[in-house]
Ligand binder design. Sequence first.
Ligand code: FAD
Ligand code: SF4
Length: 507
Amino acid sequence: MILRLVLGDQLNPQHSWFREVRTDVVYALFECVEELRYAPHHRQKMLAFLHGMQQFASELRSKGHQVEHWTLDDPRQKGSLRANLEALRNELAKTASSVRLEYQEPDEYRVDQDLLGLGTRVPSEHFLTERGAVASHFAGKKTYLMESFYRAMRVRHRVLLDQADQPEGGSWNFDSDNRSAWDPKQAVPTEWRAHHDLRELDARLDRHRIPRWGDALADDFPWPAHRREALELLEHFVAHGLTKFGRFQDALAENHDFLFHSRLSFALNTKMLHPREVIDAVESAWRRDPQTYPLPAVEGFIRQILGWREYVRGIYWAKMPEYANLNYFNHQRPLPQWMYTGKTQMRCLQVAIGQSLRTAYAHHIQRLMVVGNFALLAGFDPRELDAWYLGIYIDAIEWVEMPNTRGMSQFADGGIVGTKPYVSSGAYIHKQGNHCGSCAYSVTEKVGPNACPFNALYWHFYARNRDLLERNPRVGMVYRTWDKMNPDHREALLEYADLNLNNINLL
Ligand code: FAD
Ligand code: SF4
């Protein structure tokens, strides 16, 4: 007898495991209290994963596979993945002469360690690179430049190349065309959404006293539950979002939760979709109709998946477990209460956090340049911040969340992922969007009770971390500007920043 474990982020019906129906194979899917409690998960995130597993189990059954799907209510429940596996294995051993465990390569270090030695690990058949690809690409190097990895990926996977194997359009990267600020006259695409009734599942979580955080939307649940819906979402994005994806990729907007972003990360991270099919759908749209789908939008989108997504996974496997303890600036500040409620007077954060609580989603610039930016300026403890990001977003799985949070956003790895910290004053947020107009603070004021807190905190961050940053060639200019400032103004900025930090819950 073979017992095959399917984890909640392995909902890929195209895996070679499922090609034939075998009477000697049992597939196991477990709902585990331990998994639901190890970070403060958003209720929508829990529902989306458990619902996906439920649908996957029924789909396998309907195709004739033998399936054990243990819900939280199952009387055999032991609460943890390992204990459930042992219990099911013992149960099967009562009727089979031997039970062998097989599992797909887990994406999380913690789960990988937990399963080590318990059975045979097989490839998950999802990513475009091996776990160790980034480590070997950058062997012997101190910094891991994503762009060099991305170009190698374009060549290796023959994506957006012309007949002579050169990049289409004569450039590898069209990022400079992709930075437009928000234009409120633009119409955004209507949202693709599923309509699932998950009230029963939601009640099950309550019955097992799983803490509630964020809106559940259980009576009309919007996230895809299986591959068919994930493909619909992909088709919707190509038809309606892709054309302006590039142009407004970095924009911030009041009243538009998703702008032109794809919202495909959940479907990708649970493996309902394969990255190659997403890349192919986007590249072929451009080849078919380059007038409608501009190359900068297409290249910009493909870079996120072929480049960033594979790259951060490689960083994770190259640097774990040490990566989880990196704290370059030794930041220790606990997260203020408003990070969990969205009740702050800073409009940009109010919108980003409020939306995250409502939808379990925020787009990249909200995560990086609003929440992450403030967190770094204020010196939030990266451990607590990691748990926050891991909990709140629908797509948050540690292999992708952690290098983005500790690395890209918090520079806690000292510059492995980013060449300089992603911080800005209020001016960047003002330029990219329209939050500042309805904020309690004034983005043009630098000090005083009405001044935008980002402004003084920006200088406070650089001043307090001078020893660590001054020699960074991409940062030096900041210190030259600081040194030229009037000393009284410098003093006032630092004082105002300290005042904000001491009253952070009131901002
Ligand atoms: P789009 O903007 O439509 O992009 C298309 C796809 O590209 C995404 O679906 C995603 O698969 C991929 N992608 C884009 N940027 C990245 C990136 N930096 N790293 C990896 N893949 C990328 N992404 C997650 O999937 N899970 C996370 O837990 C996560 N945590 C993040 C935390 C922080 C602090 C930051 C700054 C970014 C994080 N990201 C994470 C990356 C990115 O913000 C999300 O992938 C994206 O916002 C998801 O929305 P979307 O599907 O609409 O993406
Ligand atoms: Fe955010 Fe400052 Fe603008 Fe307010 S003024 S929305 S705090 S950047």
